[in-house]
Write a protein that binds this ligand. Structure first.
Ligand SMILES: Nc1nc2c(c(=O)[nH]1)N[C@H]1C(S)=C(S)[C@@H](COP(=O)(O)OP(=O)(O)OC[C@H]3O[C@@H](n4cnc5c(N)ncnc54)[C@H](O)[C@@H]3O)O[C@H]1N2
Ligand code: MOO
Length: 396
């Protein structure tokens, strides 16, 4: 049976909503990520201070750390970075000190160079420091900004550059982020991963796309898996691993090698979306088996790109606690003649120029050429009469 009809098809908007809602319903996936990979993530747990801040009593100015009333006998010099035991100051003593250097025990204040006079000390034969100090001034006292154990960032906080800096100051190496793990399975006996295509052989064009799309939406991506059309291998890949989301590319339609639906049925999975009324990309699938989600993407690469933005990014970004990165605010006027489909939403590859969306062409289901040139897809609703501004979805 050929054609484009699917029992249970949903509209493009509904499909995206269902994917997002599913992501919001599932348990929050947590992964500890090193700080250098944590930017943009959303905290799954509160972050506490492993040490107080400052972590030691330090000078806030270049000058002299002093104890007791002046004048003070100059007994040494402390630069930032000095570690190990350091001689305590007795009343009437001073050490020359750099901003950030640990002050000796007994320090009561720091006298900045600008306020200090240094002169020979006839009593000791060394030097002495005089000047007016305010007790407690110009010292960053340990724990005065943040107490040890204090909650500094709370669950749900979006990690920006300053959050990474404060996490490092607090002694953290990693942050617990909402991070779904995604396994990508590319299927097809005809698919090759290198060399020139031809004579029935097709280079994998979807494997190169999806890891970037997944990271964009906030996922951790496991190494790609390439399978032929063997059902048992695909069943093992779809149900065997521990990933939060398994994406299967190809095998989504109704040919003899299209096993995704029957494997899901056998596993007792609940189908959330089976077919979306959009062009290209209609044979997409979203199913849940326990807390694991399977997303089926069409094998046609142009269709897979559209489908990735329809079901995959809303699902993954919701699991990651983020906004859908494909969402674009506002409406845009489409340049030129673009025809609507009577029943399906059309996704047309466009470049964005101010408030205009200019179609780039080359957007057949089997081709990625349009998507590669475009900034976004213009969302052309079923039966659209033209003229009115339309929604866009951003391409990564
Ligand atoms: N009887 C029907 N046949 C088809 C229907 C239908 O509704 N009824 N829908 C058509 C549409 S639309 C699409 S899209 C495709 C979806 O096909 P599958 O998801 O089952 O994928 P395959 O059959 O394996 O491949 C389709 C096409 O894409 C090429 N392909 C597959 N994977 C890759 C890859 N990783 N990189 C590059 N190209 C890939 C593959 O060689 C085929 O040319 O079904 C239609 N048929
Ligand atoms: O919908 Mo297919 O996904 O047109 O190529």
């Amino acid at each position: 049976m050929h054609g484009c009809e699917h029992e249970g098809d949903v509209s493009w908007d509904q499909a995206r909503r269902r994917a997002r809602e599913l992501g919001e319903t599932l348990p929050v996936p947590v992964r500890d990520l090193p700080l250098e990979r944590a930017a943009g993530g959303v905290l799954a747990r509160d972050v506490h201070a492993l040490v107080g801040l400052p972590a030691f009593d330090a000078s806030a100015m270049d000058g002299y750390a002093v104890a007791g009333p002046g004048p003070w006998r100059l007994v040494g010099r402390h630069l930032a970075g000095g570690v190990g035991p350091c001689q305590a100051l007795a009343p009437g003593e001073a050490v020359e000190i750099a901003t950030g250097a640990r002050v000796p025990k007994g320090t009561e204040s720091v006298l900045p160079y600008e306020r200090a006079r240094v002169e020979p000390d006839p009593e000791s034969g060394g030097a002495r420091v005089t000047g007016e100090v305010e007790r407690g001034r110009h010292v960053r006292w340990s724990g005065e900004e943040t107490a040890p154990g204090e909650t500094v960032l709370t669950s749900g906080h979006r990690v920006g550059p300053a959050s990474l800096g404060i996490a490092a100051s607090l002694g953290h190496e990693t942050l617990p982020l909402r991070t779904p793990t995604v396994t990508i399975v590319v299927t097809g006996d005809e698919i090759t991963r290198s060399g020139l295509p031809g004579d029935g052989r097709v280079r994998d064009a979807i494997g190169p796309i999806l890891p970037g799309v997944a990271s964009w939406a906030g996922a951790h991506v496991e190494p790609l898996r390439h399978l032929g059309d063997d059902r048992a291998e695909l069943a093992e890949a779809m149900t065997g691993g521990g990933a939060d989301v398994v994406v299967v590319c190809g095998s989504s339609s109704k040919g003899p090698a299209d096993h995704v639906r029957s494997i899901l049925a056998e596993a007792g999975a609940d189908t959330v979306v089976d077919g979306v009324r959009c062009r290209p990309g209609h044979p997409q699938l979203l199913a849940r088996s326990g807390d694991q989600v399977v997303v089926g993407l069409p094998g046609n690469p142009g269709a897979a790109m559209v489908a990735a933005l329809t079901l995959f990014t809303p699902l993954v970004s919701a699991l990651a606690g983020r906004q859908d990165p494909a969402r674009v605010e506002g409406r845009f006027t489409v340049d030129g003649e673009v025809g609507a489909h009577p029943r399906d939403t059309r996704l047309v590859a466009v470049c964005v120029e101010e408030d205009r969306a200019v179609p780039v062409g080359h957007d057949r289901p089997g081709s990625l050429r349009g998507a590669a040139l475009a900034d976004a897809y213009a969302v052309i609703p079923p039966g659209w009469q033209g003229g009115g501004p339309v929604e866009l979805v951003r391409l990564p």
